[in-house]
Design a protein around this ligand. Structure first.
Ligand code: 13P
Length: 242
């Protein structure tokens, strides 16, 4: 399948020696720009300048200045980081990122020419009460409405059902296909553009062949499985060769 992107969101995992080992494990594969590693920000310099893309897991909602512990989009860009993940559900639920904060971060990242991966997804409770589409529409509208089509076309959406993250539970292929179609339709309606949509949530080397049969998915956002070089390599192999 041409040009599907595989993004590894390594979250807050691995120590410096483990990162060195990890890189030794993966560097032998000539990955290319369709593979993106998002390690802890501390380790970004270890990953930059190699034969793959690199992303940051989060950026500040403000420009650089007196904001202890934050990382500005301009700083990430100056290191030649390609992508910025914005609005991950862990940021939304553990760090109180509201739709408004997510909107500000999307604009900040785009204004510094980072390619944004905007994460959206429903909780189990929202899914069970049949609110999935309503929630996704609200998240998209709040982050993107009013943005010029040219700008929106440079970003990607990651559909990550919160109940599928780290749980081993994955929606059926049909459910993912329908939800991605819905997201693409909404973006056409709101911004008049086609946008790439990734799927994320318990993607692993065992389910990737099945997931990769979904016709309208443009790639994957992989969490836990991306922290293990062999496991991640298997996922990439399937996506790149199928
Ligand atoms: P898991 O692949 O560990 O479920 O995590 C998904 C995720 O949150 C990627 O951003």
């Amino acid at each position: 399948m041409a040009n599907r992107l595989v993004v590894g969101n390594m979250k807050m995992n691995l120590t410096a020696p483990e990162i060195n080992k990890y890189l030794k494990g993966i560097e032998k594969y000539a990955y290319g720009k369709e593979v993106c590693f998002c390690p802890s920000a501390l380790y970004l310099p270890y990953f930059i300048g190699k034969n793959f893309s690199v992303g940051i897991q989060n950026i500040a909602s403000t420009e650089e200045g007196a904001y202890t512990g934050e990382i500005a989009a301009s700083q990430a860009k100056s290191l030649k980081v390609d992508y910025a993940i914005v609005g991950h559900s862990e940021r939304r639920s553990y760090y109180g990122e509201t739709d408004e904060v997510v909107e500000t971060k999307v604009k900040m990242a785009l204004s510094h020419n980072l390619k944004v991966i905007l994460c959206i997804g429903e909780t189990l409770e929202e899914r069970d009460s049949l609110k999935t589409y309503k929630v996704l529409k609200r998240q998209l509208k709040s982050a993107l409405q009013g943005m010029p089509a040219k700008v929106v076309s440079k970003m990607m959406i990651a559909y990550e059902p919160v109940w599928a993250i780290g749980t081993g539970r994955v929606p059926s292929n049909q459910e993912i296909e329908d939800t991605i179609a819905f997201i693409k339709d909404i973006l056409k309606e709101l911004c008049g553009v086609s946008v790439k949509v990734l799927y994320g949530g318990s993607v692993n080397s065992k389910n990737i062949e099945t997931l990769n049969k979904i016709p309208n998915v443009d790639g994957y956002l992989v969490g836990g499985a991306s922290t293990k070089p062999e496991e991640f390599h298997k996922i990439i192999e399937v996506v790149v060769t199928q």
